[in-house]
Design a binder for this molecule. Structure first.
Ligand code: XMP
Length: 513
């Protein structure tokens, strides 16, 4: 990504580091995060036009706490230290820290002092800012000035306008800091003189060039699932290398109503000439799942069978040297977090076939989900793909509790289709995170006409979430629940009851298995 001006964000372990990267990109400046453990050479090779030091959970200056990377000072570019970052700067330049008696967490009122360019267009009246720290700067280094205070912190910001080095004890990147975006923009544009001309279109152009250079004359294999990430990878590589991209879509028979056929024809329509093979493995998956009720065993069988089918197909492509994956930036950053905490492990459909010995190509690994969506739209992918709900790799198998059979799949597909249609009709499909039907492994008594029935139960699961790590059940309007329920019971043969799942995550999960 050589041609953009870039901001380096050094991660000292703050939970907000990714948010800093996001805010900088939203301002039109490309940014990347490196952990403080990165080498001097890695930092220098990044060649940043400005540097932001993140916050972190440690006390600066204590034994074993992350030190200030000296390479950052040699680069002679504007520096902004946030919270822990500010404390590192204060210590390095000869200031003094103290352990705050009154730890300050949450929103507080900040008064800016002096005329630093960091405060351009910031009101002189107290503004709301977000604090989260124990340590604080007690004495500023020489050549710095105190540039803000709060009722309990005398040195809430410090500035050396001449050397363009700044420290903020509060977090400008979080939305609770009302003027935070303006402060970051003052740093990026007013102080570092950056342009703000980066956007996802120019990123896509550079990514296409990079892929072309990396792949050379070789072929690339991609497991397409029809989800937004793998579809955008397909669009990008299709532009980069055309027919040398081989997409494989394994139809495991556990998709929603008509979904495999719909997705494949949609992809073909919007990417004419796409090299895409649809492998129909429905019978194989059903055979392997026969008699299996345990959720983990189901997942394992599906994963292994997927790899087996995919490998068999991929082995027919002799000059393949790369396997493309839709890994996103949050996965990369989380797995290289400097605190060594893996927040979640990322699973692509079925996992990576180890025996294939292909090099990985991950063109989205610098992007956030919403950036991937914007890029997909720019590359002409249809809204139906861009806004598809997340769908688990093992598909409907984890939404049929108990044994997965063709007959039970049919019941679930019909019920789920009604859920999708009614959610769409209500206009809520875009605002919810996921909404689907689950087929329970039990039967209940009902009455239809004058006859007693003894039939299946469908659970309706609709949740709001921003990242699937936590979720809350959606307060669907009663009228929507009512129409979904009455349509399912009257139209889906074999179901006589619908229940609504009112559990949040945690302690429940979004899927039932
Ligand atoms: P849970 O049920 O763990 O789901 O709250 C969180 C999110 O992940 C999706 N999910 C999966 N996605 N492979 C996937 O690609 C899987 O095995 C898988 N299991 C759950 C789920 O739909 C939700 O969005």
């Amino acid at each position: 990504m050589g041609k953009f001006a870039k901001v380096l964000i050094v991660d000292y372990g703050s939970q907000y580091t990714q948010l800093i990267a996001r805010r900088v990109r939203e301002s039109g400046v490309y940014s990347e995060i490196l952990p403080w453990t990165a080498t001097d050479a890695q930092m220098e090779n990044f060649n940043p036009s400005a540097i932001i030091l993140s916050g972190g959970p440690n006390d600066a200056g204590e034994d074993g706490s992350p030190p200030l990377n000296q390479a950052l000072l040699r680069m002679n570019v504007p520096l902004l230290g946030i919270c822990y970052g500010m404390q590192l700067l204060a210590l390095h330049f000869g200031g003094r820290l103290e352990n705050g008696k009154d730890r300050e967490y949450g929103q507080t009122a900040l008064t800016v002092l002096g005329n630093s360019p960091l405060w351009n267009d910031i009101p002189r009246l107290p503004i709301a800012v977000w604090m989260s720290h124990g340590n604080r700067v007690a004495a500023i280094p020489e050549n710095f000035t105190v540039s803000a205070k709060t009722p309990s912190v005398d040195i809430a910001a410090m500035a050396d306008d001449e050397r363009r080095i700044y420290g903020l004890q509060f977090h400008p990147e979080v939305s609770h800091t009302a003027q935070g975006m303006q402060i970051l923009k003052n740093f990026l544009f007013g102080i570092a003189k950056l342009k703000g001309d980066w956007d996802i279109g120019s990123f896509a152009d550079a990514a296409i060039e990079n892929c072309r250079a990396k792949v050379g004359d070789a072929a690339v294999i991609l497991a397409l699932s029809g989800g937004v990430d793998s579809s955008v990878v397909a669009a990008l590589l299709h532009r980069a290398i055309g027919g040398r991209l081989h997409c494989i879509f394994v139809d495991h028979g556990l998709m929603r109503h008509n979904e495999a056929a719909d997705v494949v024809s949609m992809l073909r329509r919007c990417m004419p000439g796409l090299n895409l093979q649809l492998v129909d493995a429905q019978d194989l998956f059903l055979r392997r799942l026969a008699g299996v009720e345990d959720p983990e065993i189901k997942r394992k069988i599906i994963g292994h069978t997927f790899v087996e089918v995919f490998e068999k197909q991929a082995s027919k492509i002799p000059d393949a040297k790369f396997l493309a994956q839709g890994t996103l930036y949050p996965d990369v950053v989380e797995s290289s977090s400097p605190n060594g905490v893996t927040i979640k492990s990322h699973h692509n459909v079925g996992g990576l076939p180890d025996s294939m010995r292909l090099a990985l190509i991950e063109p989205l690994r610098e992007l956030f989900k919403d950036e991937v969506r914007t890029m997909g739209l720019k590359m002409g992918l249809p809204e139906e793909i861009i806004w598809r709900q997340p769908f688990p790799g093992p598909g409907l198998a984890v939404r049929i509790l108990g044994e997965v059979t063709a007959a039970r799949l049919e019941i679930l597909r019909k019920a789920d289709r009604i859920v999708q249609l009614e959610l769409e009709k209500s206009g809520l499909l875009r605002s919810i995170w996921q909404g689907f039907a689950v087929l329970l492994p039990l039967r209940t008594v009902g009455v239809m006409g004058d006859a007693r029935t003894y039939e299946n139960v469908i659970a309706l699961r609709v949740v709001d979430s921003t990242d699937a790590m936590t979720a809350d059940w959606t307060r669907l309007p009663h009228a929507v629940i009512a129409s979904i329920s009455s349509r399912i019971v009257s139209e889906v043969h074999g179901v006589n009851r619908v229940v609504y799942d009112v559990s949040s995550k945690p302690p429940s999960t979004i899927e039932w298995e």
